[in-house]
Design a protein around this ligand. Structure first.
Ligand SMILES: [Zn+2]
Length: 412
């Protein structure tokens, strides 16, 4: 580089390099458009990218050559913007997958997730979560590796969802309160070690389960098109929250933002494991519902399923109804506080909160509107999460991100 002249004429070199750079630079945005369903045809892709038809065609062909998308040129494909049939774009049915893993209070689930948030294969596992994170993470990675062997798919990387805040940049599970893990366990490092030990390709990531659910819903589910998306959900125990701003998770300065579970919604309420009292975590989770309804939670079935089935199947029982309304009111109070602080343009609810919304949507919307400043004027749409296994799909999104950022670089 030291002062040696470029043998090519300056104009020609610059032009061809620029065209090449622009083409490569468009691969990631183009893949993201197909991945999130926003570019169903090549005509839409051309318009969304703001490039020429020739560039969009070359970009689509390159992504198809990488095995990531399918370009369907059959006549009769959906009409393009000029009224002519345009090539249809879809994610490749048999393309690479990400290994997604989720740990919860009753065990784990492993899945293979393709582009478009499509779950290709899944394997649940029930086990008492060992106090040594390496044991259960070893089990879930082994289950995922078995799915990869059975399907013969290429793996782009692995993502893990855990029911704990995950501190960045180290990837420590700070408060795995409903698992027997030690606080501060280096889960990302342990997960990455298990992924390497299983001989799998690609990087490994870990994050909080509700954050990942929100990311998945924003890209593929009830959060699509939202700019300031608030997600509140129960796992098997406790309550979590997440905020997606302009398509990116808001994680705070060290990954710990949106610990909504410790908003106090009942000053005289139950003592919380955080040291406070009446937190959303203990006033609006599955155990709170079962207790309020006078049910003894048995050890056989997960608390979330027991609580879900009680509301769905026994809502005519006055005790169940009263308990449900009590939880709706407490959840609504928490959401109202969040609406005042965050001014979201949409709220989505997952886990038991989705069931509470479906049981009495008018009651929940009324509490949020009555108790919030911004909620009263116009109201914030409150919707149910729509994806099955949204935390798993979100865990896969982490592993897909390097491919979405630079498809050629990540897959070369
Ligand atoms: Zn608390």
């Amino acid at each position: 580089m030291s002062g040696k002249a470029d043998p090519r004429p300056a104009g020609e070199g610059t032009t061809s390099r620029t065209r090449l750079d622009r083409g490569r630079g468009a691969l990631g945005p183009a893949l993201e458009l197909v991945h999130t369903g926003r570019a169903p045809t090549r005509a839409v892709l051309t318009a969304e990218l703001g490039v020429t038809r020739a560039t969009a065609g070359a970009v689509a062909a390159e992504l198809e050559a990488l095995g990531l998308i399918r370009v369907d040129a059959r006549p009769g494909a959906a009409a393009g913007s000029q009224g002519r049939p345009s090539h249809r774009l879809s994610v490749a049915e048999d393309g690479p997958v990400a290994l997604a893993a989720q740990i919860h209070a009753d065990g784990f689930r492993a899945a293979l997730v393709g582009l478009g948030g499509r779950i290709v294969a899944t394997a649940p596992g029930r086990e008492v979560v060992d106090p040594d994170p390496a044991k259960v993470l070893g089990s879930v990675v082994a289950a995922g590796a078995e799915l990869l062997r059975e399907t013969g798919r290429r793996c782009v990387g692995a993502g893990l969802a855990v029911p704990s805040a995950v501190a960045e940049p180290e990837g420590l599970a700070l408060n795995p309160l409903h698992l027997a893990w030690p606080a501060g366990a280096p889960v990302r490092e342990i997960f990455a070690e298990q992924v390497r030990a299983a001989g799998l390709d690609g990087p490994a990531f870990a994050a909080n389960d509700v954050n990942l659910a929100a990311l998945a819903e924003h890209r593929h589910g009830a959060g699509r098109g939202s700019r300031d998306l608030l997600c509140v959900a129960t796992g098997h125990r406790g309550v979590g929250g997440a905020l997606v701003l302009d398509g990116r998770l808001h994680t705070g300065s060290s990954g710990l933002a949106l610990e909504v579970g410790h908003l106090a919604v009942n000053p005289d309420g139950r003592p919380c494991h955080c040291g406070s009292r009446g937190c959303l975590d203990v006033e609006a989770d599955p155990l709170a519902l079962l207790t309020a309804a006078g049910r003894d939670p048995g050890p056989v079935m997960s608390l979330l399923r027991q609580a879900d089935e009680l509301i769905r199947g026994r809502y005519d029982d006055p005790r169940v109804r009263t308990a449900t309304e009590q939880l709706i009111d407490r959840l609504g109070l928490g959401l109202a506080g969040l609406v005042n602080i965050l001014n979201p343009d949409r709220i989505i609810l997952g886990g038991l909160h989705r069931t509470l919304l479906e049981a009495d949507p008018d009651r929940l919307r009324a509490v949020v509107a009555d108790r919030s400043l911004w909620g009263r004027s116009g109201g914030v749409p409150i919707l149910a999460c729509t994806l099955d296994h949204n935390s798993l799909v979100g865990a896969a999104e982490l592993a897909w991100q390097p491919v979405l950022d630079d498809p050629l670089g990540a897959l070369a």
